[in-house]
Design a binder for this molecule. Structure first.
Ligand SMILES: Cc1ncc(COP(=O)(O)O)c(C=O)c1O
Length: 344
């Protein structure tokens, strides 16, 4: 046997995640980061903590306490992860498949399903990217684990909590990915009171501007939370991420101000985009636009000529249109974006 013959055969079938491009000297509006970054108090506080990086991360309990105050739940409802991306992995490790989700949606669900060799059911959204709970429940009847992303990446649309509740009534594990919660302001968290099979997933990467430090969390029934902790390595959230999360949660005003600026600018960009392209009104910090008759790649290249990096989307199977996803940046970046759009 050759060394490569020992690779699990399903590993050869994995399509790896391809991140938005970061190019020096260009404005990156490709990965739904918050370009305002974290509160200056987070940066100042982290500087003081750097000499302590020789210690293993040990602030999990403190982080959970602070997150439980922010989410108004108990600390035993919170599980931490190395970005919410790792939470997707923990959930898939801990719970039985098959797995189901909507399409198009966040690409990490099918990728982790492939990594763990789980059957994956992809249920297409309506043509306008809205969600039909009856269709989803029918398509996903075999699944034991379901991911519903709301607001949804890459569409920016939301799923009504009443529709999520219909899915929760199946009794299967229903994960609501609320990575963009702070930009929307509505949560399905209260469903946990009645449906212990619901898990809410959140992140510090988006509204709080901490994508580079990796801190995600789940809000779950304590028994499910325990199961998630069992499949996690002992030190997956790092020390600086823990400190940054504690500091960021102390300055919610900063986060709220940057979110509200992003929402105001998003509306202005949506208006401008809608003059030329078909857009999907967004509840997030990004906008999905159908740039037809241009191809996604052509639009991406033309924006690149203007030194703006956006995210071309692959052709969505079963959907018309050529899509690109554009992150709303700082006001300064958004001016550059609007200027570039007028030249494309
Ligand atoms: C819907 C959704 N869930 C999860 C994530 C992963 O976020 P994190 O940076 O916390 O891993 C993203 C990141 O783009 C996302 O869009």
């Amino acid at each position: 046997m050759k060394p490569t013959d020992y690779i699990n055969e399903w590993v050869n079938r994995i399509t790896p995640y391809s991140p938005g491009k970061t190019i020096d000297g260009m404005t990156k509006l490709a990965s739904n980061e918050n370009s305002y970054g974290p509160s200056p108090k987070v940066i100042a506080g982290l500087r003081e903590k750097i000499p302590e990086v020789f210690r293993y991360p040990h602030k999990n309990l403190h982080v959970k306490e602070k997150l439980s105050e922010y989410c108004r739940v108990k600390p035993e409802n919170i599980v931490l992860s190395n970005g919410s991306d790792e939470m997707i992995e923990l959930i898939i490790k801990a719970f039985k498949g098959p797995i189901a989700s909507i399409y198009p949606s966040f690409v990490s669900y099918p990728i982790y399903a492939q990594i763990y060799n789980r059957e994956y059911i992809s249920s297409s959204l309506n043509q306008d990217f809205s969600f039909d709970h009856r269709k989803f429940i029918k398509d996903a009847w075999k699944a034991n684990l379901m991911f519903l992303c709301s607001p949804n990446n890459p569409t920016g649309k939301v799923i009504d909590v009443a529709d999520i509740e219909e899915v929760a009534q199946t009794g299967k594990i229903v994960v609501v990915d609320e990575a963009y919660f702070e930009f929307y302001g509505t949560t399905a968290k209260h469903l946990l009171l009645q449906y212990p099979n619901v898990i809410i997933m959140r992140t510090m990467a988006k509204a709080f501007g901490l994508a580079g430090l990796r801190m995600g969390y789940a809000i779950a029934d304590p028994e499910l939370a325990e199961a998630l902790k069992k499949v996690r390595g002992p030190f997956t959230t790092n020390y600086l991420a823990q400190e940054a999360t504690i500091l960021a949660l102390k300055d919610l005003d900063y986060m709220k101000k940057s979110v509200s600026r992003i929402i105001t600018d998003r509306k202005a960009i949506e208006k401008r985009l809608a003059e030329k392209y078909k857009i999907t009104p967004s509840y997030t910090n990004f906008i999905l636009a159908d740039v037809s008759p241009m191809s996604s790649k052509e639009f991406f290249d033309r924006m690149l000529e203007q030194k703006i990096v956006v995210r071309p989307q692959p052709k969505f199977n079963g959907f018309e249109g050529n899509y690109v996803r554009i992150t709303v940046g700082t006001s300064e970046e958004n001016f550059l974006l609007l200027d570039a759009l007028s030249k494309v």
